[in-house]
Write a protein that binds this ligand. Structure first.
Ligand code: BGC
Length: 260
């Protein structure tokens, strides 16, 4: 699937499942933008598969005029062919869950489930900071964890999980995610040192043509991106917190088209 294929027009629903909130909106696929106002509810605690599926079904039902469009849901874990394989920052009962079947049954309609960073990366490639960029694009999201999406000439390589590189004996996201900055009360300069170490390592392994930095903290990019010294151009994401919903909707629409 290439982003070009995702922009065929029409609409799809996107749902972004996160640790604190679950957000949904219909997406105009040609514009790469919300077609109606986004709805957000708190993530149920504990965030078990059954509890989250019930919330997702409820959110989808709030858009009756989009009852027949494709649905894409993001999830903050490895999602291999609809099955959630890891649970770094979510309830461990998700490991091995057939999330695609679970959500589809709860919603009474087909649902495509993708990794959250993959969805965001796909959207940034189709409509945002990496639009039209050829070659190897790495999109990272800095939040509770570090998410990664690798897009090569417009094609997504799913589940790269580069937030879990081991650097200096540590899981990278435990030191360099935005949650680490908050937890350790780091100055921007101190956090940038950790980001420098992380992104230097990543660029030495992948040699990307462009790195895009997303996640909520990317709206404060001027506080830390200018402090980084990398050979790869590194830019803030443009779609920010909308990227997951937009990317999930696009990926679901592309999957629906290729299934026809
Ligand atoms: C998870 C990834 C996810 C990222 C951002 C990581 O801990 O392993 O699957 O994309 O957090 O939510």
């Amino acid at each position: 699937m290439s982003p070009g294929a995702a922009t065929g027009g029409g609409s799809a629903l996107g749902v972004d499942v996160g640790g604190s909130g679950i957000k949904a909106a219909p997406v105009d696929l040609a514009a790469g933008a919300f077609a109606a106002e986004r709805v957000r509810v708190e993530t149920p605690q504990p965030s078990t598969p059954a509890a989250v599926a019930a919330v997702v079904a409820d959110l989808l039902a709030r858009f009756p005029e989009h009852a027949d469009v494709p649905v894409g849901v993001t999830f903050p874990a490895v999602v291999q062919h609809g099955i959630t394989r890891t649970a770094a920052n979510v309830d461990r009962s998700w490991i091995g869950t057939d999330a695609e079947t679970l959500f589809s049954e709860a919603a009474g309609r087909p649902v495509v489930v993708v990794n959250d960073a993959d969805a965001a990366g796909y959207a940034e490639t189709a409509f945002g900071a990496a639009k039209g960029v050829r070659g190897v694009v790495l999109v990272t999201t800095l939040g509770t964890g570090i998410g990664s999406a690798l897009v090569v000439d417009g094609t997504l390589v799913p589940n790269t999980e580069l937030g879990h590189l081991e650097i200096g004996g540590h899981d990278a996201e435990k030191k360099a995610a935005d949650s680490a900055r908050e937890r350790d009360d780091l100055s921007w300069a101190h956090w940038a040192k950790r980001l420098q170490r992380y992104y230097s390592h990543v660029e030495d392994l992948l040699w990307p043509d462009l790195i895009v930095v997303g996640g909520g903290v990317s709206k404060k990019h001027e506080k830390f991106l200018p402090l980084l010294d990398l050979r790869t151009p590194i830019v803030p994401a443009q779609l920010r917190n909308d990227a997951g919903i937009i990317g999930a909707a696009c990926l679901a629409a592309a999957a629906a088209r290729s299934a026809r």
